[in-house]
Design a protein around this ligand. Structure first.
Ligand SMILES: [Zn+2]
Length: 312
């Protein structure tokens, strides 16, 4: 095969053959990783533990029991009410994001079961306009909390966001107050909120619901902060310490409660919910069919068991 061919305009290179991109370089350890191998490992580098970003659907698969996820409010989508235009028209950005992600907003809301316990799970999608929080993300979180309260389910939210969606002006900032107020109602109902912070969680999202969890958990190495490190460095005119605004730095300084590898996330959150919730988990026999007759045998929840043990 010739590498070059001549046409009327001159010499042009042949098009590269469509070779599937099967390998990638890990930014953590510079190892070349086989993509399928990485996917099998929850997109965590087996050498150094670097957490690659995964899709919102990826988190649903990882955290909820197979076949239990049921998405809701997926039809709600943004409206360009300010007719905002910067480099691009906001309305065009919305259309492009819908086309590339196949979703109508930057938030996936779903209910399902985690280790057989019903939960309401929301996952932000960073690939949808940087996971920015606008009126739709705020409204969907608010509606998901309503469902959690109604169904008496714990609420879990996975953040991945560049912050508030400035194309919606002050309305995007109002979502901070709105979601925070709704979370107060969840707390009043005695239901736990587990906030999971992934890379990156910044701006108005960090300044509102992402940091309001009964437990705030981060993935390793995630960038978590309000303003970005470059802006802070320029403002204070000083070099920032190593690892500034990364999960490990935040844990050391008391801003988050724990760091869990994505691979253990379901198990660890499951343990926490066992302590927080005094509900009954439906017992399951063999092939996963609910055995309602045996329900009484599981009436003592793990939280009650812990209390019983303490008394003894
Ligand atoms: Zn690595």
């Amino acid at each position: 095969m010739a590498w070059f061919k001549r046409n009327a305009q001159g010499i042009i290179s042949q098009k590269k053959k469509d070779i599937p991109d099967l390998w990638l370089k890990c930014p953590g350890c510079n190892e070349i990783i086989y993509k399928l191998e990485l996917e099998r490992n929850a997109n965590v580098c087996a050498q150094c533990g670097h957490h690659f970003r995964i899709s919102a659907d990826g988190y649903v698969k990882l955290l909820l029991d197979e076949g239990t996820a049921e998405e809701f409010h997926e039809e709600i989508t943004s409206v360009d009410f300010l007719k905002f235009r910067a480099k691009k028209k906001y309305s065009d950005q919305i259309k492009a994001a819908i086309k590339t992600t196949g979703r109508k907003s930057a938030l996936l809301s779903t209910r399902g079961k985690m280790n057989r316990r019903p939960v309401v799970l929301c996952v932000m999608d960073f690939s949808f306009i940087g996971g920015s929080m606008g009126s739709v993300v705020g409204e969907k979180i608010s509606l998901a909390i309503d469902i959690a309260i109604k169904e008496k389910s714990p609420f879990i939210l996975i953040s991945a966001s560049g912050g508030a969606r400035m194309m919606e002006g002050a309305v995007s900032l109002m979502q901070m107050a709105k979601t925070s107020a709704k979370l107060a109602l969840l707390a009043k109902a005695g239901l736990p909120f587990v906030s999971i912070l992934t890379d990156p969680t910044t701006g108005g999202v960090t300044a509102s619901y992402a940091m309001l969890g009964d437990v705030n958990i981060a993935e390793p190495g995630a960038l978590i902060g309000f303003a970005g490190p470059r802006v802070i460095k320029q403002t204070i005119g000083e070099d920032l310490p190593d690892g500034f605004q990364r999960s490990e730095f935040l844990l050391k300084h008391g801003f988050i409660d724990a760091i869990f590898s994505r691979k253990n996330m379901k198990e660890e959150i499951g343990k926490m919910l066992n302590v927080f919730c005094k509900d009954v988990i439906d017992p399951v026999i063999g092939n996963g069919i609910l055995d309602t007759e045996k329900k009484n045998t599981a009436e003592i929840s793990p939280a009650v068991e812990i209390e019983e043990e303490a008394k003894n």
